[in-house]
Design a protein around this ligand. Structure first.
Ligand SMILES: [Zn+2]
Length: 352
C-alpha cells in the first residue's frame, strides 16, 4: 500500500521520512515503511498479519497506482489513493470524483474470480460509487479467454470494452477489438470468407485430431451429421463481443437442430420466440460483473432472428413468427464448399 496513517493523518509513502510510527488505515495495526533504490516506497504489514489491505501487491501494482494518481491529477481530476471505505470494508486503489460522483479505480494485476469481482462491485453500488477496472500486465500477456473478457467487460463510451493500464509507458489502453465471428481472428473479413473458414474449422473439429476441447464441444450436439455441412444460416458472419462459453456457430447449430424437429407452420409469439431461443442458450452465457449484458445478449439473439427471417426459415406474421421451412443441410461438405467457391451464396445465403 502507498498510504498509511501517522498521527491521525494519511501519509504517502513517497513523502514519508520517519522509519516507524505508521499504521494501516484499515486494521490500524502498525505497518513498516519499505523503500530502496529499486523499490517503490510502500508500506507493508508485519509478517502474520490477517489484514487483506496491500496483501500480495506486486511492484507493478504499486507503480501503476502511483502513475494513475499522477495521471488523473495531471488531467485536473480530484483523486485520492487507497481511500478506506469502512461501510463496506473495501479500499479501491484510487477514488476519483467525476462530475460530482465518486468512482473507484481498481488496477488489477492478480487473478480475481468472477464471484469476488461481483462482490466488490456490489459493495461499490451499495455506496453509490461507480467503478472502472484497469487490467495489468498479467492480463495483457496472456491470451484472454472469453470468460475473463466477459468478466471485466465495461462500457467505454457507449461500447463494450476492456481497460488496461500499461505501466511501461504510463498509459491507458482501451480494447474494443475483441469482437469475433466463430473461429476467426480479427474483423473485416468478407462474410463468404468467414463461412469458408468456419466450414473448414468445423470439419477439422469433427474429423481431425481436435483434442479434448473439440470432443466436449461435439458431445453437446445431438446429431452425428457432418457439422461442416450445416445450413448457411448457422454461420455467424457479424462479429460479436464474447457472450457464450461456446462458439456462436455451435449454439446456432443447436437451434437449427431444434427447429428441424418442429412441424412446419409452428408459431411463436414474439415473447415466446425470445424465450425459446434463450432456452437453447441457457447455461452457456458467460458471466458479466461490470455491466448488464442484457443489450449485448439481445443483439446476439436479434442477429440470428434476422438471418432466419432473411433465409425465410422464419416468416414474420402479426404478433410473432412462423416456421416456414426447415433449414437445408448440405449433402456433403464438398457440395457446400463448391457452392461457396462458385459464389452461389448470393442466391442461397443472401450473403455478399
Ligand atoms: Zn491492515
Amino acid at each position: 500500500m502507498l498510504v498509511a496513517m501517522k498521527a491521525g493523518q494519511l501519509v504517502l509513502a513517497d513523502n514519508a521520512h520517519d522509519k516507524t510510527g505508521y499504521s494501516c488505515p484499515g486494521c490500524h495495526e502498525p505497518v513498516v515503511l519499505r523503500r530502496g533504490r529499486h523499490k517503490i516506497a510502500h508500506f507493508a504489514h508485519r509478517p502474520g498479519s490477517q489484514c487483506q489491505l496491500g496483501e500480495g501487491e506486486t511492484a507493478e501494482h504499486l507503480l501503476g497506482k502511483r502513475q494513475l494518481l499522477q495521471w488523473y491529477r495531471q488531467r485536473g481530476d480530484r483523486v485520492e489513493l487507497e481511500v478506506y471505505l469502512s461501510q463496506i470494508a473495501q479500499r479501491p486503489d484510487l477514488l476519483l470524483i467525476e462530475r460530482g460522483h465518486r468512482v473507484a479505480i481498481e488496477f488489477q494485476c492478480s487473478p480475481l474470480s468472477l464471484k469476488r469481482l461481483r462482490e466488490r462491485n456490489a459493495g461499490y453500488r451499495q455506496c453509490g460509487i461507480g467503478f472502472h477496472w484497469l487490467l495489468g500486465a498479467p492480463y495483457q500477456r496472456r491470451h484472454l479467454q472469453g470468460p475473463k473478457i466477459a468478466q471485466f467487460t465495461q462500457e467505454v463510451a457507449g461500447q463494450p470494452g476492456l481497460l488496461f493500464w500499461d505501466t511501461r509507458v504510463g498509459r491507458l489502453v482501451v480494447r474494443r477489438d475483441l469482437v469475433r465471428c466463430s473461429f476467426t481472428h480479427g474483423t473485416g473479413m468478407r462474410p463468404v470468407s468467414v463461412v469458408k473458414v468456419q466450414t473448414r474449422h468445423l470439419d477439422s473439429l469433427q474429423y481431425g485430431r481436435g483434442g479434448i476441447a473439440a470432443r466436449q464441444l461435439l458431445a453437446k450436439l445431438p446429431s452425428r451429421r457432418p457439422l461442416a455441412a450445416c445450413p448457411l444460416v448457422c454461420h455467424d458472419t457479424v462479429p460479436t463481443w464474447p457472450l457464450l462459453d461456446e462458439p456462436v456457430i455451435i449454439w446456432r447449430i443447436r437451434v437449427v437442430m431444434a427447429l428441424t424437429r418442429l412441424p412446419i407452420f409452428y408459431f411463436w409469439s414474439q415473447a415466446r420466440w425470445q424465450g425459446w431461443l434463450m432456452a437453447t442458450v441457457a447455461g452457456h452465457w458467460l458471466g458479466f460483473a461490470c455491466l448488464d449484458p442484457h443489450e449485448l445478449r439481445s443483439g446476439l439473439l436479434g442477429n440470428f432472428t434476422r438471418d432466419l427471417l432473411r433465409e425465410q426459415i422464419l416468416i414474420a406474421c402479426p404478433g410473432g413468427y412462423v416456421l416456414f421451412r426447415h433449414p437445408h443441410w448440405f449433402a456433403s461438405v464438398a457440395e457446400k464448399l463448391n457452392l461457396l467457391v462458385r459464389g452461389g451464396l448470393l442466391s442461397v445465403g443472401g450473403l455478399e
